[in-house]
Design a binder for this molecule. Sequence first.
Ligand SMILES: [Zn+2]
Length: 101
Amino acid sequence: MPRSRESFTGAQNAYRSVLWQAYNLIAAGNGPEPAVCRDALGKVTHWGALLGEPAATKWRRRWAREWYLETGRCPTCGEQGPHHDSTGADILDIPDGDGVK
Ligand SMILES: [Zn+2]
């Protein structure tokens, strides 16, 4: 995959990696072991807390959108089709950082 010229910090890259892992687990449905899911969620929480808000939300949206564009699956529910944000909106319509409280 061609990499953009933009460079990311270690924490941003780590957050991306653990979020992608979590989205892949969600898309796998009932397959993964609960311990694997707990571990992935713990990492998402850890790196989200390190980035802090509102940055964590901004990056979570960005990496979710990237995963969605790559897989065609909704990161929230793992289904093929539109991407539902937790607000129910299609995340492609929400610019990065928008609506961040
Ligand atoms: Zn969905």
